[in-house]
Design a protein around this ligand. Structure first.
Ligand code: COA
Length: 197
């Protein structure tokens, strides 16, 4: 199967992400286009969406999965990112290295298990490696079993585990992957990437 991926610029990408997140009923805190633009405006980022045919109208394609990754630096000023960098101290080396944060992503329920998220992840890794990033980090929770299983298959390593004081399902898991040329060579998905306006 060949995966169809669209790469978006900031403004239209932020609106597309806000739109597709409406399909993720399981997550109450959805990102707004404004929040996405504010976070990404002054840093390197990649907004990717996978498109696939509608089952009852195969002539029509629709966005089915997305992924947003961005640079994260040791000297972050934004409170959420500053906090993240502090929590990654000792687990991820920032000095003299380019670190990518895999911020948000997912696949719509009816299209899960078809390789769309692997395709998006591999495309982001290829881009990141070509852009000089050394490592990609991601954060999830114990209770996100689908994501944990997927990150396992995508060969992310746990670099930190942060126990929640009262509910272990809420405990945070931080994972990372070194972006070497071997990683890129080991990619398995076939992708066509188009650039949206
Ligand atoms: C996690 C999620 C993105 C996976 O998307 P997907 O498009 O179904 O993933 P893919 O089909 O590309 O699968 C990628 C790999 O992960 C594996 N995988 C996918 N779902 C899995 C699961 N629930 N358990 C174990 N492995 C899983 C696949 O087998 C595949 O491995 P392979 O390529 O080595 O065969 C999707 O289930 C999702 O959006 N879940 C909700 C989002 C979420 O949990 N967010 C939490 C906040 S961090």
């Amino acid at each position: 199967m060949e995966y169809l991926i669209k790469q978006y610029p900031l403004d239209t990408g932020a609106l597309e992400i806000q739109y597709i997140e409406e399909y993720f009923g399981e997550f109450p805190r959805k990102k707004t286009a404004t929040e996405i633009m504010n976070r990404l405006r002054h840093r390197e980022f990649l907004i990717l969406m996978a498109e696939a045919p509608l089952p009852d109208d195969p002539g029509m394609v629709t966005p089915v999965a997305f992924k947003v990754v961005h640079e994260i630096r040791a000297d972050e000023a934004e409170p959420k990112l500053k906090d993240l960098v502090a929590r990654l101290q000792g687990a991820v080396q920032f000095n003299g290295r380019k670190v990518l944060y895999s911020w948000i992503g997912g696949t719509r329920r009816d299209w899960r298990g078809q390789g769309h998220f692997r395709a998006l992840t591999e495309e982001s890794e290829a881009w990141a490696h070509a852009s000089g990033f050394h490592e990609v980090v991601v954060k999830t929770k114990n209770k996100f079993y689908d994501m944990r299983g997927t990150l396992d298959q995508l060969e992310f390593d746990v670099v930190k585990y942060e126990v929640h004081p009262t509910d272990n399902r809420e405990s945070k898991v931080y994972l990372s992957k070194r972006l070497t040329s071997d990683v890129v060579r080991a990619h398995t998905s076939t992708r066509t990437v188009v650039y949206a306006d």
